[in-house]
Ligand binder design. Structure first.
Ligand code: SPD
Length: 282
């Protein structure tokens, strides 16, 4: 029987997809986890009613959140992913030659197991990669104990509601920042500048209060209902590293010119093509 998963944004916009079988419908101590077969997008992962990924199109989000951050850092070796228990971010980060370790810190152990079982295409085998260090813990607690400095930190977070509100805080972002190496960067999903304007603005102001440089960029992400925002943050000026030419050279040097979405041209569109969304919230 066909059913619908529908999300409502700011009481003025809705987006959804149809599904047939529900494969996982469970509550963990952290969230309500659903995995279902969709009609046309492979399987879906939904947490607390919010779509996290659709199998056939998840690469758009995962490439967009990972590769700009990885490319602006010279020879990134250590990467920390906060959240991201489905493995999509780790899969993309591990594509960069020279990466020695990707630490994936996800609070929800059962979520990881269900994703491994029902969504194996998303992790691309990353859980068997010897460079992956899986930590099942609260990221705030983990980074208190972990003194590693990371070249790239990725915050692959759920929306800023419920339990996730604690991570959209200056104290948490500053803790992450304290674990960046010199010339390290943090990349984070930043909601939608057109559909979720208040959450987007809140995330932007939060990051601007913690970092000297916050570069927002945007990509159409069908599985989140439209244009989605990301933020690349640092305390050093990334301008030269973000040029189309620099990205083209870096991708060539790393033999990453065969990604599905990300290349020098799509990079330029993400970073320069969406100035029109920066109008104030009404
Ligand atoms: N509105 C949902 C935003 C979710 C961002 N995180 C997605 C996790 C995919 N790895």
């Amino acid at each position: 029987m066909t059913q619908w998963l529908r999300e409502e944004f700011e009481d003025r916009y809705t987006y959804g997809f149809s599904f047939t079988n529900m494969l996982v419908d469970e509550k963990t101590p952290f969230q309500h986890v659903q995995i279902m077969d969709t009609q046309g997008f492979g399987r879906a992962l939904v947490l607390d009613g919010a779509t996290q990924l659709l199998e056939t199109v998840e690469f758009v989000y995962h490439e967009a959140i990972i590769h700009p951050a990885m490319c602006v850092v010279d020879q990134p070796k250590r990467v920390l992913i906060v959240g991201g228990g489905d493995g999509g971010c780790a899969r993309e980060a591990l594509k960069h030659p020279g990466v020695e370790q990707v630490t994936l810190c996800e609070i929800d152990g059962p979520l990881i197991e269900w994703c491994k079982q029902y969504l194996p295409s998303v992790n691309g085998g990353c859980f068997d990669d010897t460079r992956l260090k899986l930590v099942v813990d609260d990221a705030a607690k983990h980074i208190e104990k972990d003194t590693t400095h990371y070249d790239v930190i990725i915050a692959d977070l759920t929306d800023p509601v419920g339990p996730a509100t604690t991570v959209y805080q200056q104290s948490f972002i500053n803790k992450l920042k304290s674990r960046l190496s010199d010339h390290g960067v943090l990349a984070m999903q930043a909601e939608s500048a057109v559909n979720l304007r208040r959450w987007h603005q809140g995330t932007k102001y939060l990051l601007q209060s913690c970092f000297d440089h916050v570069q927002l960029y945007h990509q159409y992400v069908q599985m989140y209902g439209g244009l989605w925002a990301f933020a690349l943050c640092s305390d050093w000026d990334m301008t030269a590293k973000l040029s189309r030419i620099a990205i083209r050279q870096e991708l060539k040097k790393r033999q990453l010119d065969n990604l599905k979405l990300y290349n020098a041209e799509t990079h330029a569109t993400m970073f320069e093509g969406f100035e029109w969304v920066n109008s104030p919230v009404d």
